[in-house]
Design a protein around this ligand. Structure first.
Ligand code: CP
Length: 307
C-alpha cells in the first residue's frame, strides 16, 4: 500500500489490518499509553473545501503519533494562481513525509499520487471518502463484533460516501443494499466492481426494501459540498430518501444507524432518530481519529511489531 486514494486501492486483508491496528491505537489512546511512532514526520494537509472532522482528526492524530501536521488551504498555495499539481506535488514531497488532500475532483488526488514521491491520502473527493468509511467499518465491528455476513443498507445519494461504502462493505464480507433516487446511482466504476460480488450487492429505489434486515443503516447529506447550485433540484428529487422510523423498522431490531456528519435533521435523517443513535454516530466520528492514525502508520512507516 503506497497511497490511499480510494478504497479499491486496498484488499480486504489490508482493510482488516488497518482496522486491527486502529483498535490497538484506540486502546492505547484511551489508556494514555504513548505511541510516538511517527516522530520527526510531517503530514501536509491540503484543503480545497471546509472540514471539521477530517482536519482536526488528522492534525490531532499526527500529534498523538509524535509527528506534526501542516494545514494548507489551497487558496493560500500557488496552486490557486495556477501552479500545476505536478509541480506542487513534487515540491511538497521535498518538505513533508505524506500528503492528505481534500479536493473537489478525484483526478487531482490521483495526479498528486502520480507525481508526489511520498504517500498521498484522499481526505474526500467527489468520488470517494475512504478514511470516513474505514472509521465506519471500525464502528460496525465495535458494535457487532465482526463484519462478515452482516448487511449494510445505504439510503440516499449515490455519492462519494456511497461509492466507498459499497467497496468497503463488499471487501470485508458484508452485503450492501443501496436505495437512491433514479438518476443518482453510484459511479459506474463502482457498480462494475460490485458486479463481481453477485447477490452481496443490491441497488434499488425503495429505501424500505434496502433496509430490510439490515444490521447497519447508513445515510449522507442530499447536497454534498460543491453541489450547492443543485440544492433546489436535489431537495425535490430526494423526498422519500431519508432515514425515517419506517425505514428503521424494516432493519433488524438491534441495527445501528450511522452518518458521516454534518447532518441535516429533517432531510436525510429525522431529528428523533439522530438523537436516538447519537452514540453510534459520534463513536463513528471519533473513530476517524483512530482509523486515520492506523493509515498514517501504515503509509508513513511507523508500524511496530508487538509480541
Ligand atoms: N465527515 C467528514 O468528512 O466531516 P468533515 O467534512 O467535517 O471533515
Amino acid at each position: 500500500m503506497k497511497h490511499l486514494t480510494r478504497l479499491m486501492d486496498l484488499s480486504g486483508e489490508e482493510i482488516r489490518d488497518i482496522l486491527n491496528l486502529a483498535d490497538q491505537l484506540k486502546y492505547e489512546t484511551k489508556h494514555n499509553i504513548p505511541h510516538p511512532h511517527l516522530q520527526g514526520k510531517t503530514l501536509g494537509m491540503i484543503f480545497e473545501k471546509v472540514s471539521t472532522r477530517t482536519r482536526v482528526s488528522f492534525e490531532a492524530g499526527m500529534y498523538q503519533l509524535g509527528g506534526h501536521a501542516l494545514f494548507l488551504s489551497s487558496k493560500e498555495l500557488q496552486m490557486f494562481r495556477g501552479e500545476p499539481v505536478e509541480d506542487t506535488a513534487r515540491t511538497l514531497s521535498r518538505y513533508v513525509s505524506g500528503l492528505m488532500i481534500r479536493a473537489f475532483d478525484q483526478g487531482e488526488v490521483d495526479s498528486f499520487a502520480r507525481y508526489a514521491g511520498i504517500p498521498v491520502i484522499n481526505g474526500m473527493t467527489d468520488f470517494a471518502h475512504p478514511c470516513q468509511v474505514l472509521a465506519d467499518l471500525m464502528t460496525v465491528r465495535e458494535y457487532k463484533g465482526s463484519l462478515e455476513g452482516l448487511k449494510m443498507a445505504y439510503i440516499g445519494d449515490g455519492n462519494n460516501m456511497c461509492n466507498s461504502l459499497i467497496v468497503g462493505a463488499l471487501q470485508t464480507g458484508m452485503r450492501i443494499s443501496v436505495a437512491c433516487p433514479k438518476g443518482y446511482e453510484p459511479a459506474p466504476e463502482v457498480l462494475a466492481f460490485a458486479e463481481k460480488y453477485g447477490d452481496a450487492f443490491e441497488l434499488t429505489h425503495d429505501p424500505v426494501k434496502a433496509a430490510e434486515n439490515a444490521d447497519d443503516v447508513q445515510t449522507d447529506v442530499w447536497v454534498s459540498s460543491g453541489m450547492e447550485s443543485q440544492s433546489e433540484q436535489r431537495h425535490r428529487d430526494f423526498v422519500g430518501y431519508g432515514v425515517t422510523a419506517e425505514v428503521m423498522a424494516a432493519a433488524r431490531e438491534d441495527a445501528i444507524l450511522q452518518h458521516p456528519l454534518p447532518a441535516h435533521r429533517g432531510e436525510e435523517i429525522s431529528g428523533e432518530l439522530f438523537e436516538a443513535h447519537a452514540g453510534e454516530i459520534f463513536d463513528e466520528a471519533e473513530n476517524r481519529l483512530h482509523a486515520q492514525k492506523a493509515v498514517l502508520m501504515k503509509l508513513l512507516g511507523g508500524e511496530v511489531t508487538r509480541g
